[in-house]
Design a protein around this ligand. Structure first.
Ligand code: CP
Ligand code: NVA
Length: 305
């Protein structure tokens, strides 16, 4: 496999291979052992949307692996002035060993990958956020030691995080309930994928959906690109939040995962966020380790078929 565009493209074995390597890289970092597996290699990072975690974790990750990353804001490169995605791919692959891109359309990431001879990594589109979900899965396994039999639920907007979480969690053998007022905004590819999973459910009843959940996911109500819809979305999602009532019906040892940034007082209260800050910031840290694993696999020899 050359690229990481969506978890739909990965088998359960490939996901586990990434998670196992991520665990090893984390342990080595904690033990002070460095692995310069990408010495002298360069990653180009194209950002058409804002980022804190993705930008910093990829940049630090490349540095720790002995390589370097170049931050390319679409405001500064010719892509932002109309140079095509396919020409950008055919230029960058002459200079760099991998390309990470955060953009709007999933089809742009796919076109970039089709025209680039070097690996392309999806750093978030409107449809998917695979790197985030690899970090989430890594965190879940750290807390529960297994995926099998765990109940996960996502509360809120059926958008990029929901799409990727559904695919990642179901592939790992978890049960998944999507709690949302509107599932029609899910990716059609995800709706097709879930047909094979009787352990996937959709409900608009928050307490019913969260009952017995071991892992509760949520995300902002208005994602990047939805800025003009902030007030209508506040109305649409006002009952779709992680509250004390929701936590009361979840499993006793339940954890919360939030990709961040969080809008406290909307999808999650300040108090609940702080009570679960340990696992949420473990999740943020794991972006670094999971992405180092992805880069090592894709940029030094590729991933197993
Ligand atoms: N979770 C996440 O992708 O965060 P950033 O937008 O800060 O990169
Ligand atoms: N759904 C959010 C995720 C941010 C990491 C967004 O797309 O803005």
């Amino acid at each position: 496999m050359k690229d990481l565009l969506t978890l739909l493209d990965l088998s359960a074995e490939q996901i586990l291979e990434i998670l196992d390597l991520a665990d090893k890289l984390k342990e080595c970092k904690y033990d002070g052992i460095s692995h310069q597996k990408l010495k002298n290699k360069t990653l180009a990072m194209i950002f058409e949307k804002s980022s804190t975690r993705t930008r910093v974790s990829f940049e630090v990750g490349m540095f720790e692996l002995g390589g370097q990353a170049i931050f390319l804001s679409s405001n500064d490169i010719q892509l932002g002035r109309g140079e095509s995605v396919k020409d950008t791919a055919r230029v960058l692959d002459r200079y760099v060993d991998g390309i990470m891109i955060r953009t709007y359309k999933q089809s742009d990431v796919e076109e970039l990958a089709a025209y680039s001879r070097v690996p392309v990594i999806n750093g978030l589109t409107d449809e998917f956020h695979p790197c985030q979900v690899l970090a989430d899965l890594m965190t879940i396994r750290e807390y529960f030691k297994t995926f099998k039999g765990l109940n996960a639920c996502f509360i809120g907007d059926s958008y990029n995080m929901a799409n990727s979480l559904i695919v990642g969690c179901l592939k790992m053998g978890m049960n998944f309930t999507l709690i949302t007022p509107d599932a029609s905004t899910l990716s059609p590819r995800v709706l097709e994928f879930v047909k094979d999973y009787p352990n996937f459910k959709i409900t608009d009843n928050v307490l019913e959906g969260a009952k017995g959940a071991h892992v509760l996911f949520t995300d902002v109500w208005a994602s990047m690109g939805h800025e003009k819809e902030v007030s209508s979305r506040k109305e649409k999602f006002k009952d779709f939040a992680i509250t004390d009532e929701v936590m009361a019906v979840a499993a006793e040892n339940a954890i919360i995962q939030h990709c961040l940034p969080a809008h406290k007082g909307e999808e999650i209260s300040e108090e609940i966020f702080e009570a679960h800050a340990k696992e949420i910031f473990d999740e943020a840290e794991n972006r670094l380790h999971a992405q180092k694993a992805v880069m090592v696999m894709l940029m030094s020899g590729g991933m197993k078929k």
